[in-house]
Design a protein around this ligand. Sequence first.
Ligand code: BYC
Length: 519
Amino acid sequence: MAGLVPAIHVFSLDEEKTWMPGTRPGMTENVSKEHAMNVNIMNVDYSTKIPNNVNLSEDRQVLKALEGWHPGYMDWWSDMGPEGFQQSLVYLRTAYSVDPRGWAKFDYVKMPEYRWGILLAPQEENRVIPFGENFGKPAWQEVPGEHRATLRRLIVIQGDTEPASVEQQRHLGKTAPSLYDLRNLFQVNVEEGRHLWAMVYLLQKYFGRDGREEADELLRRRSGDADSPRMLGAFNEATPDWLSFFMFTYFTDRDGKMQLHSLAQSGFDPLSRTCRFMLTEEAHHMFVGETGISRVVQRTCEAMKAAGISDPTDIAKVRALGVIDLPTIQKKLNLHYSLSLDLFGSEVSTNAANAFNAGIKGRYKETQIEDDHQLKNATYPVLKLVDGVIKRVDEPALTALNMRLRDDYTQDCVKGLLRWNKIISLAGYNFKLTLPNVAFHRQIGEFRDIHATPDGVLIDDATWNSRKGEWLPSPDDGDFISSLMKPVTEIGQFASWISPPKVGIDNKPGDFEYVKIET
Ligand code: BYC
């Protein structure tokens, strides 16, 4: 890691603006005694082939298993990771510590030389299981035998999403709207790769032979493959263009945030610690999504204003300006939000109840909720289809945990919409981006067998088939967006359809060369 710049990247689990101006180099010098004692577990050992803060050099068996898995991972990265650019120098952040006060360093790295490693947040002393039937008992440092299968399943599902997203995004480098965006794409990709490592470590350390087999399977499945697809629906969909990428990082990575928060509550302490550190990296991914969409909206509004267009729904006129019209942005939003809702599973789920009872998967911000943390007599309102009408029905809170998490997710999603709508209204346009109704375009759960409009009005198959192009991107919309996806690789330049960011990565100036492209 020679040549890396000083620590400047701080985090908070709820903070999505991860590049905060005013964070200062050298900040780790001013540390408390207690902090100094923790430095060993906080700092990452880069002297071994697999960087880690879990003492891998003294855990020969796991080290051997991970070293055995490493070549397959590199093959996967070369086959399914970003297409092209593998010899380019990319200005990437790499975690060198798990200290919230400064954990990342930036430097030019060729992607295949990125130091993927195993990083766990520091162990909390005397941590107890914060929910479920084992509430208040010491957190497990080993896998409890009776919950082994449930735990393994959740870790495998989590692990499966990470390489899937890299596979979905692998073509995007060829059409990046700027070097800044290209670098952000690659940052997201290498970190999703690291998150795969995080799950593989848990499988190999705690699940023996079947864990090793699952780790191999994670490299075998492929997004969208007919015979061997990724496990969850949204991870088999295409990410055909950069607007989809921004929507994916805003909406689908945010499902990741909610799921990781729930797993970070786990009574299985290594999973909790792993997820806590993953969340710090994840924040940047959602930042890329939120600011990406903001920049698209901004550019569209600026172009409409400059051209004197007063009606933002005059699609032909807006498109003629080489920007993406707001109704098409809404359609993309409808698609990615509804696909992401499916990732929460069924509204009423015994799987979710069992995982909670067992102490394996908690609720969002579990420790901040004031109740019995066991949900013995509690109920939760669930949206259901009753006699052909969408109704709120009280269900036992235990089985309604997926619904609750999904509600928390929706609330979190709204924040971005408020920001995007502010850009639109400040530009003087009477147009609002909205989240579609939860019954719209669903493949999992209560509404999977019906059709509904984005406003939640139930419609029949014929109406859906004739009108779905009004609500979801049509092939024509896709063609138009594709026509804009021309790469821009000049330093400091941006494609016609997106504004430059307000702040550079690592506070770099606008003319910074984020990727030195090797041709
Ligand atoms: N697609 O009781 P049910 C991220 C299956 S994203 C296909 O309704 P449950 C990231 C389910 O597996 C976060 N199948 O739901 C983001 C089950 O099958 P089995 C990923 C689905 O189990 C961007 C059956 O239906 N992490 O990190 O309560 C970039 C009945 O299940 C789907 C996690 O999801 C679907 N959408 O909840 C990179 C956390 N939904 O077992 C990364 C771990 C359900 O009967 N996973 N099924 O064969 C979980 O907590 C749960 O498995 C789920 C489902 C929330 C996914």
